[in-house]
Ligand binder design. Structure first.
Ligand code: ATP
Ligand code: MG
Length: 299
């Protein structure tokens, strides 16, 4: 049984967002024992219940206040909560944080051998998509007429199957398009996974847990983006070395035993450290250069 005073979070049961959503909660210190095919999982160490559902159901569960939080792609949110001719956009949820996964774009693609000279070449074409609202909104704003073919899967085979001239589907690397002889011609919507919260009154005890969770999620994302850098450097080159490491906070400078002209530097950088940067550091006289992942971070 679900208890009303426990925070309820909806996650995608199985799909592209599932493992990263579960792992994020586990990294935030929530102890959950997920069983395969289980609809509800109970956290052992916090008053949190997890509902495992299809991603399409998450916006509705948030709007109906069945769950307090949900992790879902912005593409699904926009598609499901779209109101026709919405001049004033009604608010259905609060977006708490955009996450660092589920990054993709809804794009228009056409067969490689089709001519393309801008969006006008798609006029009156038949467009296959699982996102009828987003496609319609996009073409409506551009005043370009089109025909819609709604497909709930295998959209990329629609041109070959003679069902459509154009597709509008999610793309991340483009390999699926490539494998189906399609070329991407226009982005319709950029998306990533996000945490959303239901509207309406939230009990204080739940709000405290939401705040704690958001701080931890922020910390997990920051830690994933950051690196801990340690190196030995000649004192004369400290400024040049620091300027090479964009995104690094003020370094800690430590004495090196038995060395007068060299010190150890420790710093956290919010940017990826590429091999090229490490090679430049070395050419400035740095040595013992270590770039380490960070497990957790609280600012
Ligand atoms: P469900 O059975 O839960 O309805 P689904 O088949 O509709 O799942 P998935 O393919 O698992 O959905 O994708 C879930 C979400 O992952 C998408 O709505 C989108 O936000 C994101 N996503 C989709 N394709 C990609 C991709 N190629 N790369 C990264 N994220 C993606
Ligand atoms: Mg879905």
């Amino acid at each position: 049984m679900l208890e009303k005073n426990r925070l309820r979070i909806a996650l995608q049961k199985s799909g592209r967002l599932s493992s990263e959503s579960y792992n994020l909660l586990i990294k935030c210190g929530i102890k959950i024992n997920f069983q395969h095919n289980q609809l509800i999982a109970f956290a052992e160490n916090m008053p949190i219940d997890i509902l495992c559902v299809r991603d399409d159901d998450i916006p509705g569960l948030i709007v109906d206040k069945v769950v307090d939080l949900g992790i879902v792609g912005e593409n699904v949110l926009e598609e499901k909560l779209f109101i026709k001719d919405n001049v004033k956009k009604k608010k259905f949820y609060n977006l708490l944080i955009r996450l660092d996964f589920g990054i993709c774009r809804l794009s228009l693609a056409i067969p490689k051998n089709s001519a393309y000279y801008g969006l006008d070449s798609l006029k009156n074409k038949r467009i296959a998509s699982s996102y009828p609202n987003l496609v319609t909104q996009f073409f409506y704003k551009k005043s370009i007429p089109f025909k819609l073919c709604i497909l709930n899967g295998s959209v990329e085979v629609a041109p070959r199957a003679g069902l459509a001239d154009v597709i509008c589907d999610l793309v991340s690397t483009g390999t699926t398009l490539e494998a189906n002889d399609l070329k991407e011609v226009q982005t319709v919507f950029n998306s990533q996974a996000c945490v959303i919260c239901r509207l309406g009154h939230i009990e204080n005890s739940k709000q405290i847990i939401i705040n704690k969770l958001m701080n931890r999620i922020n910390g997990v994302i920051k830690a994933r983006e950051s690196k801990y850098i340690m190196l030995h450097a000649p004192i004369s080159k400290l400024n040049e070395i620091i300027s090479l490491l964009h995104g690094a906070e003020n370094p800690t400078i430590l004495k090196l035993a038995g060395e007068k002209n060299r010190v150890a530097m420790h710093m956290v950088s919010s940017e990826t450290v590429f091999w090229e940067t490490m090679e430049k550091l070395k050419s400035l006289g740095a040595s013992s250069i270590l770039v380490l992942p960070i497990e957790k971070m609280l600012e």
